[in-house]
Design a protein around this ligand. Structure first.
Ligand SMILES: [Fe+2]
Ligand SMILES: [Fe+2]
Ligand SMILES: [Fe+2]
Length: 405
């Protein structure tokens, strides 16, 4: 049975969440770094520190679209912010693995003076600390063209004005204390931040997690990416269900079917980097829009392959636009390089997408789907034996992949 490191998986989710900023990368990681450093000098207990760190990395999991991201970065106190806090909190609260941090996420844009006193102290402090570091990073990003050390005084001065109103006074003092040093700011540069994160993975005191819990993390990722556009709502879920079903029919054992299902859930995580305007465009894409879209499966690979134990899942998921003929993308793999699980995800992605409406076309009828798959098999794009298996089991495949039913 495969096991993976929980902090590596949370890093993977944060890699994905950070892509919503398109070119503003590493937001959640800078927030997590600041929270952890302040949490340590503030005296948070070890188990709370671990939860705080994961909560900080996932704090914006309720944000799937570029426009919401832009508002919360460009405006210090955007009135629409509570919506993504509630959404993120609900998403995490639905999973046993992340339930302990869901309330922290709910509070990450609530001002200290407006906090309900009924919350447990460490939850209230954790939520408020993320709020403080999140606003610090908004100011950092607003001045991102300037050298790192030239902005620290203005960031500190601007935040200080909210001591006691937006931010807990002791947390604010801890921030002001730790942010005096140059090293605090320099550590947030991307290459140093990467090293910092790698050290955290080694320090993770949590046990490795197995397939069932990996599935929970993958479901969360799928939900976030599918929410980017209402056209793709639950697409990844449909691909996962179809993939596991076909894998079982093809003779794979239970564990492999689950792993293939996880690859199905995660295949499109790289779409987080595609702007909403392209995903929702009700017409054919221009040459440069297509170029942006073509990058998404490579981005999926980049997000997934860092997780130790996810090597196969990363390949199977990221190869979903490859073909047996070698004219797919982004790696132009050949028949010999596409194993059966990868071939299953290729068909699952095509099949599920055809059952759904897209901005530029309606959902396709069953006969059209069958003909399209058979044509692709003839053209040596997809595996002909798998197409036969799917056509012979068409009604069940349709029910499983078409998540509207
Ligand atoms: Fe936020
Ligand atoms: Fe944020
Ligand atoms: Fe897809």
């Amino acid at each position: 049975m495969k096991v993976v490191n929980l902090t590596q998986l949370v890093h993977m989710l944060s890699d994905m969440l950070d892509l919503v900023g398109i070119d503003d990368l590493h937001h959640s990681k800078r927030v997590a770094y600041m929270c952890l450093e302040i949490g340590r000098i503030f005296g948070f207990e070890a188990n709370h520190i671990q939860n705080l760190y994961h909560a900080a990395l996932l704090h914006d999991c309720g944000v799937s679209n570029t426009s919401t991201h832009n508002h919360i970065i460009k405006e210090m106190d955007w009135p629409g912010a509570p919506e993504h806090c509630a959404r993120g909190s609900t998403l995490l609260g639905n999973l046993t693995l992340f339930r302990p941090i869901s309330t922290i996420i709910l509070l990450h844009h609530t001002h200290w003076e407006e906090l309900d006193p009924g919350f447990t102290e460490w939850v209230a402090l954790s939520g408020n600390l993320i709020h403080l570091c999140d606003r610090a990073d908004a100011l950092i990003q607003q001045a991102s063209s300037k050298p790192w050390l030239s902005i620290r005084d203005s960031v500190r001065d601007k935040l200080k004005r909210f001591r006691g109103s937006w931010f807990n006074p002791e947390l604010m003092d801890a921030f002001l204390d730790i942010s005096r040093t140059e090293s605090f700011w320099l550590q947030m540069q991307p290459h140093h931040l990467r090293e910092y994160m790698a050290e955290r993975e080694l320090a993770d005191p949590q046990p490795m997690i197995s397939t069932n819990r990996m599935h929970q993390v993958a479901e969360l990722a799928a939900e976030i990416v599918d929410t980017k556009s209402h056209y793709t709502a639950r697409h990844s879920q449909g691909v996962a269900r179809f993939s596991s079903h076909v894998a079982k029919k093809a003779g794979f054992d239970r564990e492999m079917c689950s792993q293939i299902g996880i690859a199905g859930l995660l295949h499109d995580v790289g779409k987080m980097r595609v702007p909403d305007s392209i995903l929702e465009k009700p017409a054919s894409l221009s040459f440069s829009e297509k170029a942006v879209m073509l990058g998404h499966s490579f981005e999926s690979y980049q997000i997934l392959h860092h997780v130790k134990g996810f090597e196969d899942i990363a390949r199977w998921g990221a190869y979903h636009h490859e073909t047996l003929a070698g004219d797919g993308y982004p790696f132009h793999l050949t028949e010999a390089e596409l194993d059966m699980p990868a071939r299953i995800i290729v068909i699952a992605d095509i099949f599920q997408a055809m059952t759904q409406e897209r901005p530029y076309r309606p959902a396709k009828e069953p006969e059209v789907i069958i003909t399209a798959l058979q044509t692709r098999a003839t053209q040596h794009k997809v595996d002909p034996d798998l197409v036969k298996l799917v056509v012979d089991d068409f009604e069940t495949c349709m029910q499983i992949a078409d998540i509207r039913s």
